[in-house]
Design a binder for this molecule. Structure first.
Ligand code: CP
Ligand code: NVA
Length: 369
């Protein structure tokens, strides 16, 4: 018991998953025993109350938020999110220690892009390669989709050649159409409505820095856009307190607000300072998303004051993290100073796109084939 108590107190200062993975790979009996005990302990720390909210698992939004669709009915419940984060940590460990993990050997991922991308494209492509597979970049301009071929036909054709599709597009319904007509897993690489793969990477990063998720206070300052929608759902699912500060007229999607209404630990306010008070993690995103370039000037006026800066940081916890999915517009939603002070977290967040998405691909594609 004393040994367990000592292990627990030493674990308080490190990521439990890297501890467990070290133990598992070293293979010592004592290490494995303490790893198993700490696993049960940590799961309890992450798990608990949010799993018990009635009706959450049946909520229709689960069908709309998910990072990926597959015929095995994967829906990203709290347990599935935690499972993805654990697998992401494992894959990160393996990649950094040169341990092969060819879990998708011989498989191909098609990546359809109707919008620009740096992180999503490169992390999916590199991730697929690291898993022993291959990724195909399919610009919608070059596909027949760009000349009007319906997505339903594209889905049925691609299903015959490849093992999964990642799509970045405008309408959420386009992702769902692909999922309905194709019979291979479909992964959401961002729509106007949601950006769930980003949020999985965000949660992985927060857990790395804070060693837990449940009970942390997050705030999001800015546009009620795809990031605000997915962060709200994802952070609530893992038990975080969520406060959003958005200006009037730029609130998150109504379906997300309906979903969040079931959670007493959700708040939507107009004051950024009120949202940031005592926060453990602060998030923001651009004022004008892809496709809204024409509204940039109008939005610059509407979002004045919705910025993460020194003043906002002064009311958050002294060890608060700052997260940004990137690309960032310095001196708009975040000052260059705060961004640089929190660059470690923000670029770890960008790195974790690779690991979290590898976990999503393994869970969806390896299980199917
Ligand atoms: N954060 C993110 O999705 O970045 P990209 O637009 O570069 O893919
Ligand atoms: N809200 C941003 C996110 C970019 C990763 C956009 O949709 O452009």
């Amino acid at each position: 018991e004393q040994e367990i108590a000592e292990t627990k107190s030493s674990l308080a200062n490190q990521s439990y998953t890297s501890y467990m993975l070290d133990a598992a790979y070293k293979g010592g009996a004592l290490e494995i025993l303490t790893a198993v005990l700490s696993c049960a302990w940590s799961y309890q720390m992450i798990g608990e109350h949010h799993e018990k909210i009635p009706g959450v698992l049946e909520h229709p939004l689960f069908g709309e938020w998910v990072a990926g669709y597959s015929s095995k009915g994967y829906r990203e419940s709290t347990e599935e999110i935690i499972d993805i984060l654990n697998l992401a940590d494992q894959l990160k460990y393996e990649q950094k220690h040169g341990i092969p993990h060819n879990l998708l050997k011989g498989m191909t991922l098609g990546m359809i892009f109707q919008k620009s991308s740096t992180r999503t494209r490169v992390s999916f492509e590199a991730g697929m390669y690291q898993l022993g597979g291959h990724a195909l970049f399919l610009s919608s301009k070059e596909l027949q989709i760009g000349r009007g071929e319906p997505v339903q036909d594209t889905a049925r054709v691609l299903s015959r050649y490849i093992n999964g599709i990642m799509i970045r597009t405008f309408e959420q319904s386009e992702v769902e159409n692909l999922a309905e007509y194709g019979n291979i897993p479909i992964i959401n690489g961002l729509t106007d409505f949601s950006h769930p793969c980003q949020v999985l990477a965000d949660l992985q990063t927060v857990r790395e820095y804070k060693n837990k998720l449940d009970g942390l206070k997050m705030c999001y300052i800015g546009d009620g856009n795809n990031m605000a929608n997915s962060l709200t759902v994802g952070c609530l699912k893992v038990g975080m307190d969520v406060t959003l500060a958005c200006p009037e007229g730029y609130h998150p999607d109504k379906r997300v607000l309906n979903f969040a209404a079931a959670y007493p630990n959700f708040k939507l306010v107009s004051s950024p300072k009120e949202a940031a008070a005592d926060a453990d993690v602060l998030f923001t995103d651009v004022w004008a998303s892809m496709g809204q370039e024409g509204e940039a000037e109008k939005r610059r006026i509407a979002f004045k004051g919705y910025q993460i800066n020194d003043d906002i940081m002064s009311v958050a916890k002294s060890d608060a993290m700052v997260m940004h999915c990137l690309p960032a517009h310095r001196e708009e939603e975040i000052t260059a100073k705060v961004l640089e002070q929190h660059a470690n977290e923000i670029f770890d967040e960008a790195e974790n796109r690779l690991h979290a998405q590898k976990a999503v691909m393994v869970r969806l594609m390896a299980a199917e084939n």
